[in-house]
Design a protein around this ligand. Sequence first.
Ligand code: PEP
Length: 248
Amino acid sequence: MARKKIIAGNWKMNMTPSEAVKLVAELEPLVKNDAVDVVYCVPAIDIVPVVEAVKGSNVQVGAENMYFEESGAYTGEISAAMLVDAGVKYVIIGHSERRDYFKEDDALLNKKVKKAIASGLTPILCCGESLEQREMGVTMDWIRFQIKSDLVDVTADQVKDIVIAYEPIWAIGTGKTATTEQAEEVCKGIRECIAQMYDQATADAVRIQYGGSVNAGNAAELFAQPNIDGGLVGGASLKADFGKIVCY
Ligand code: PEP
């Protein structure tokens, strides 16, 4: 069964609500490609206007984060129910910036993954090694650890529908892309890990993105790899180049 590619922009902490609406309008004619799923993962404050702005187009909206509790005294947090009610379909969980700057650990991320799934959101679960880990030769050990910890108590049927984003930390926002071979090798390793944890059918169904300095020039070669089912795109998702990536 062919997996539909999914190309998601991660806007990070960029774009005020009015800038966001302008960007959606500018990108609208450039990102028309029904052969792939297109997602804009946007800052929380941009969600409502961006959901409105993409109405009638092929673009779906994702959040960059959420909290796992249902509701209550968690000042500053946003719940899965709030995202669903606002029209959000996807949520990035465990981006390396959240793991690093906000000290989100795998136990917390596992709770977020389970809550997102239970609420009907599709998690885009991020994993990836540091440069030090790559140089030490422990890349796949580390990524298996992240995947196994983040998916505790998640069933095969649920895993089939999630998205996993392999994002080597040393390639994020640095302009340094992993080589096609490096990216494919790890995405293949992630699929093998899912096959071991669950079964081959689950591994064959799950979509695995590559992220890390994807741009208009390297997208086609990366997305042509057998185990790379699209990309999570930071910097290049904020400009017209995103259209070239989506229509690679
Ligand atoms: C990201 O933020 O997920 C990312 C991959 O960023 P960039 O494309 O800018 O490296």
